[in-house]
Structures are given as structure tokens and as C-alpha cells.
Design a protein around this ligand. Structure first.
Ligand SMILES: *Cc1c(COP(=O)(O)O)cnc(C)c1O
Length: 384
């Protein structure tokens, strides 16, 4: 048996315990204050957090809700589409995007993604538009914006709504040809995000939010997330019970404060991976779209030879380097969505990526020594 090297210190995909230890006093105070106030539902921290996140996002209205999947569901509900309307979305995403559309009795129409940016292929979107298309759901996968220039242009031209699933790209920006720069999630009719603990802005439990620039839609989304009411016991719409707990909002206020530094740390690490991995011909580093900043929720490499991915993953595991595959199956291959009738080979880029991508550790507390070790392990595997 060959002797494998060992990491300088244990490497994690995410080290929430250590991240939280650094801000323990602030978090403790937030918890204590919430307990003292005892306004556990719709307490003051919820609207305070919404206002603070809104100004971080350049002035968007922020409507908190219970999780990122509900945010997608509520975003679609706010469009008030007819039953059976088509919703175009990428085949390479987390299932929640598709699930929200399917649950509401809308018809998900899956399109392929680009092999370079992993984001929705806007030429394929355009080709999929029919008179029944009600919305396009774009996902800013792994932390980089989809082509918002093309998406904004084509949704305007075809009069269909744009929803941005921004669960992975909070704080990313996109520069339009006009010179205008906007935050991911604030371009479409509604942007959504998730505060699942492992997201770049994570709570200590579930949470989510919607963003919009339209004050009337903000009011509607706020009603929909709270039983369709503005006034207690007066229900204008069929809504959901989907609220962000006061406790989570109080903790998120603390974490939002530290988000810019955490994002900068991720970006520094990504640049280091880029510089050292770019020379390895057996893998592709994530392709940057010059118009978008990238907040590196994931640093995802693509293996040139797809069938070596799992072997590399096992090798790294034995070296003490955890990795993840986002996502091992395209959504149309999931049994729950067999009814949509997609066949293998129909969405070839998404299908190929599922067998070829590998996400490396990237989190704010990964050290330079750990990163050097990960890079050294990759070099060893590829024989240099
Ligand atoms: C995490 C995630 C969601 C779902 O968020 P939850 O808060 O877990 O419901 C939706 N879309 C994408 C792309 C995600 O990464």
C-alpha cells in the first residue's frame, strides 16, 4: 500500500463551528436579546434584517420567508400564472428550482446549460419560448451570475417574467453593456435566496428571502408569505405560512455584517486555485464571465476525462481532502420528474457535467497551508 501524505490540519468542506466561534459574543447577544424580547414570530429583527440586506443589495425590497424553496414557490405564486403555464429552467440545478414550479401545477421546461459557466444557455432558453411560457427561472450557479444581459433582453422582448434563483450567489454583481452594475437577484421580477446554514449567508437553521424592485410586488410577496393577509384575519390571497423566525433574523443580522469579508476570503482562495490549477491539462478551472463577479459558493473543477472523476474523488478522500459533487444527476433524470418525459441524451451538457464536475473545499477559514496541500494532492494524482 502506498503511503499517502496527510493534511497539515483537518480539512473541512465547511467549518461553521470555527466560523461562529470567531463571532461568538455577537451571536450570543443576538440570541439573548431575542429571548428577552420574546417576539419569536415577526419580531423587530426580521424587518431590521430585511432593511439591512436590502441596502446591501443596492436598495431592493427584501421579503424574508421560511426557506429558499418557499422563496421560489412564493416568487412563482406572485406571478399569478394560469395553470399549466410553462416555466423554463436549467437542467443542471438543485431540485428546488424545479420542485417549486411542479408543485404549483406549472409545466417545467428544462433547457441545457453552458459547459463553461454551468449557467443556463440563453440560446436554448430563447428556442424554448412558446406562447404558453410564463416565466424563466435562472439559477446563478456556484456563485456567478447567469447571462443577465441576454436574459433581461429576451424576457422583455417576449414579455415573460424572470425569476433569479440566487441561493448560491448572494452579493455577486453583474455589469450590463450600458455600464449599469446590479446585484444578482435584483434584475428579474423576483430574486430568491436561501439562508440554509451552508450557504454564503447562512442561518442556524432554515431561512430564505425574496428580492424585488417593485413596491407593489413586495407587498404581494409579503402577503403571500403570511397567509395572504396584510391585516390579521383578512385574507386577500391563498398564501403560505412561510416566515423567517425572529431568532434566525437576529443571527443573520450578525452574519450579514461579516459577509463582505467572508466573500473576499473566498475570492482570494479561488484566485489561488485558478493560478495553480490552470496549468493542469487534465482539469478545467471554473470559467469566469468577465461581466459578473463570482462569490464562489463552490469552486468547481471539470475533469477532462469524465470517468476519472470518482477515482479522483476517492484519491482525495484518502488524502484527507473532502470534496462534493454538485450535482450527480440532472434534474430530468430524477424519478420524481419522469412524468415530464425527458430522455437520456436530450440535455447533453447537463448530463455530461453531472459525471465530470468536482467541488473542492473553499470556505472562509481554509488556510493557505491547507489549500497548498489540496493543490499538491491534485498534482500527485495527475502525476506532476
Ligand atoms: C439551496 C438552494 C435552494 C433551496 O434552498 P432551501 O433553503 O434549502 O430551501 C434552491 N436553489 C438553489 C440553487 C440552492 O442552492
Amino acid at each position: 500500500m502506498s503511503i499517502l501524505p496527510a493534511p497539515p490540519t483537518p480539512i473541512h468542506l465547511l467549518d461553521l463551528r470555527a466560523e461562529h466561534a470567531l463571532i461568538q459574543k455577537e451571536l450570543d447577544r443576538a440570541v439573548c436579546d431575542t429571548f428577552d424580547e420574546a417576539a419569536f414570530i415577526q419580531g423587530p429583527a426580521v424587518s431590521q434584517f430585511a432593511a439591512e440586506l436590502g441596502s446591501y443589495l443596492g436598495g431592493a425590497h427584501v421579503i424574508p420567508c421560511a426557506n429558499g424553496t418557499d422563496a421560489l414557490t412564493l416568487a412563482l405564486m406572485s406571478l399569478q400564472l394560469p395553470a399549466g403555464a410553462e416555466v423554463i429552467l436549467p437542467a443542471f440545478t438543485y431540485v428546488a428550482t424545479l420542485e417549486a414550479a411542479a408543485l404549483l401545477g406549472l409545466r417545467p421546461v428544462l433547457v441545457d446549460v453552458r459547459s463553461d459557466t454551468f449557467n443556463i444557455d440563453t440560446a436554448a432558453v430563447e428556442a424554448a419560448i412558446t406562447p404558453r411560457t410564463g416565466a424563466i427561472m435562472a439559477v446563478h450557479l456556484f456563485g456567478q451570475c447567469a447571462d443577465l444581459e441576454a436574459l433581461r433582453e429576451l424576457t422583455t422582448r417576449h414579455s415573460v417574467a424572470l425569476i433569479e434563483d440566487n441561493a448560491q450567489a448572494i452579493g455577486a454583481t453583474f455589469r450590463f453593456r450600458s455600464g449599469e452594475t446590479t446585484y444578482a437577484g435584483t434584475v428579474g421580477e423576483v430574486g430568491t435566496t436561501s439562508f440554509f446554514p451552508s450557504k454564503n449567508l447562512g442561518a442556524m437553521g432554515d431561512g430564505g428571502a425574496m428580492f424585488t424592485r417593485d413596491p407593489a410586488r413586495a407587498t404581494l410577496l409579503r402577503q403571500l408569505a403570511n397567509h395572504g393577509q396584510s391585516q390579521k384575519y383578512h385574507h386577500q390571497h391563498i398564501g403560505l405560512n412561510s416566515r423567517l423566525d425572529t431568532l434566525q433574523a437576529a443571527l443573520l443580522r450578525v452574519k450579514l455584517h461579516h459577509l463582505p469579508a467572508a466573500t473576499a476570503a473566498r475570492q482570494t482562495m479561488a484566485a489561488r486555485y485558478d493560478a495553480t490549477l490552470a496549468g493542469m491539462s487534465d482539469l478545467l478551472i471554473p470559467v469566469r464571465d468577465a461581466r459578473s463577479s463570482h462569490v464562489f459558493h463552490q469552486y468547481t473543477i471539470t475533469l477532462a476525462e469524465a470517468n476519472r472523476r470518482d477515482e479522483l474523488r476517492h484519491f482525495l478522500q484518502r488524502c484527507g481532502v473532502p470534496t462534493m459533487v454538485y450535482y450527480p444527476l440532472p434534474v430530468h433524470a430524477q424519478p420524481a420528474y419522469a412524468y415530464l418525459g425527458y430522455q437520456a441524451g436530450q440535455l447533453p451538457v447537463a448530463e455530461r457535467l453531472c459525471g465530470a464536475v468536482l467541488s473542492l473545499p473553499i470556505h472562509p477559514l481554509l488556510t493557505v497551508a491547507q489549500q497548498d496541500y489540496i493543490i499538491e494532492c491534485l498534482g500527485t494524482y495527475f502525476g506532476r
